[in-house]
Design a protein around this ligand. Structure first.
Ligand code: ATP
Ligand code: MG
Length: 457
């Protein structure tokens, strides 16, 4: 807004200033010309009679006028010789070499303009008029001033214009500030509320008590939308949780019946195989339901993070998995310095390690190595689960975190929810989870968690 006002002022005031300057210059020229004619009228008789030099009244008038107006005045006779002058050195001097004086005497016309003056060593502004007695030219009167003095007078007018322009700018700044306070600030707050909602903070609301009515209306509409979104998401979560929970009971009953059936078909190989795979599918379904329940719990994250000894947990989980690793002839190494504390949701570290080790053992070939390591940084700590398996492509390493995503040819039985749960738990703990390519070609599953300070330290 201030910029627009400055632009308008520049477009408007620069030509105006130029115009004002020329008007002021013309006005001064006209005034000096009129005064020169008045002085000429007063000198006419004395010049005609050749007594101007001794006419004390005329001399006093010339001197007074010159000092009041801060100009130079000279009255010459018809030969262009100075007879009365504010500058005494010009009395008796032949002034016909001053072009305006010789022209006024020769043409009988007033002369106005500027020229370089050798006496002043600068530009001179002048008005020279002939003194006429009837048709005869009995002398001339010249009023002159250094150009700089004329400029000062003209500039005084232009300065007035500049002052008005600055005043307009100051008023525009105040108005712009008031405008910002009433419109831009509420808009900014609305904008940041939108950003927070987009970032996943469903509880965010925009203030509805500031700004013009239009912005308040938008803020109210935004808040209604946020209310509705929050309700919908909440309902969806609750549905996933309840549905998974409700499915558990019939599933357990189904499993029991299948087990019963397995006893009954004992001996019938074909039926035994069918019941066996039905049992395997039931187990897969159960794992999926457990996974969905775990995800809903992680999303709710009603309890905040706690500080745990990550090294101790890694050692404990490694011992839990060791028999299974031994069974597959996989060497399980642990590299975790003691006493590395992190902040994480209760039970989440164990759950994340279990999911990652489960995945790694699934793909680890016989005789390969599986490494669990912990490395503490200044603000965060990294937990790595590194396998020697076949690895995944760049795109698949990211896709693996999507719910129900499983690589083609993945070991049967998985639900495709393990990594989604890992990422959800890591994020809810203020950290992150990613799959990196391990140098040996396998996967380096990395969890980054914020460092925590042990309570007893
Ligand atoms: N270490 C790994 N090496 C190679 N592929 C992996 C590895 N970890 C995960 N994957 C791939 O990512 C897929 C998704 O893993 P995720 O843990 O989410 O599900 P899952 O293991 O199939 O099932 P769940 O863990 O729910 O029982 C896996 O099926 C597998 O194809
Ligand atoms: Mg898994």
């Amino acid at each position: 807004m201030v910029g627009v006002v400055a632009l308008v002022l520049a477009v408007h005031d620069i030509p105006l200033a130029n115009h004002l300057e020329s008007v002021e210059r013309d006005r001064l020229a006209t005034k000096y010309e009129r005064d020169a004619f008045i002085l000429g009228g007063r000198s006419e008789e004395a010049l005609e009679e050749g007594v101007a030099a001794t006419d004390t009244g005329l001399n006093a008038m010339v001197l007074r006028y010159a000092s009041e107006e801060e100009v130079d005045v000279v009255v010459t006779d018809s030969d262009g010789v100075g007879v009365v002058a504010s500058d005494a050195s010009k009395i008796g001097q032949d002034l016909t070499n001053r072009v305006e004086i010789s022209s006024a005497l020769a043409d009988g016309e007033p002369q106005t303009g500027e020229r370089y003056s050798g006496t002043l060593r600068g530009d001179l502004f002048f008005v020279a008029v002939p003194v006429l007695s009837g048709d005869r030219r009995v002398g001339a009167v010249r009023i002159s001033a250094p150009e700089s003095i004329v400029d000062d007078r003209v500039n005084a007018q232009v300065r007035g214009l500049l002052f008005v322009a600055l005043l307009s700018l100051a008023i525009a700044s105040v108005v712009a500030w008031l405008f910002a306070a009433s419109v831009v600030r509420p808009l900014r707050r609305l904008h940041s509320a939108t950003d927070r909602l987009a970032a996943g903070d469903l509880s965010t609301r925009a203030p509805t008590d500031a700004g013009p009515p239009e912005i308040r209306d938008v803020a109210e509409s935004f808040n209604s939308m946020a209310d509705r979104t929050e309700q919908l998401v909440e309902r969806q979560r609750a549905f996933a949780g309840t549905a998974s929970h409700q499915l558990r009971t019939p599933l357990t009953a189904l499993r029991l019946r299948l087990e019963q059936l397995a006893i009954e078909v004992d001996g019938d190989t074909e039926m035994e195989d069918t019941v066996e795979s039905a049992l395997a599918e039931t187990d897969r379904l159960r794992r999926m339901i457990e996974g969905l329940l775990a995800l809903t719990r992680a999303e709710d994250a009603a309890v905040g993070p706690v500080v745990v000894d990550l090294s101790a947990i890694v050692h404990e989980r490694a011992e839990h998995w060791r028999p299974l690793a031994d069974e597959s002839d996989v060497r399980l190494d642990v590299a975790a310095p003691t006493g590395v504390f992190v902040s994480v949701l209760p039970g989440a570290a164990e759950q994340m390690i279990d999911n990652l080790v489960d995945n790694a053992l699934d793909v680890s070939p016989t005789g390969s190595r599986l490494t669990l390591s912990v490395s503490a940084g200044t603000t965060t700590t990294e937990l790595h689960v590194i396998d020697d398996g076949p690895g995944l492509s760049d795109a698949d390493r990211e896709a693996a975190f999507e719910r129900f995503w499983r690589a083609e040819g993945a070991t049967p039985g998985g639900s495709g929810l393990g990594l989604a749960i890992v990422r959800q738990l890591a994020n809810a703990s203020g950290g992150q989870a990613e799959l990196r390519a391990a140098p040996g070609g396998g996967i380096d599953a990395t969890i980054t968690l914020p460092n925590g300070r042990p309570r007893s330290a």
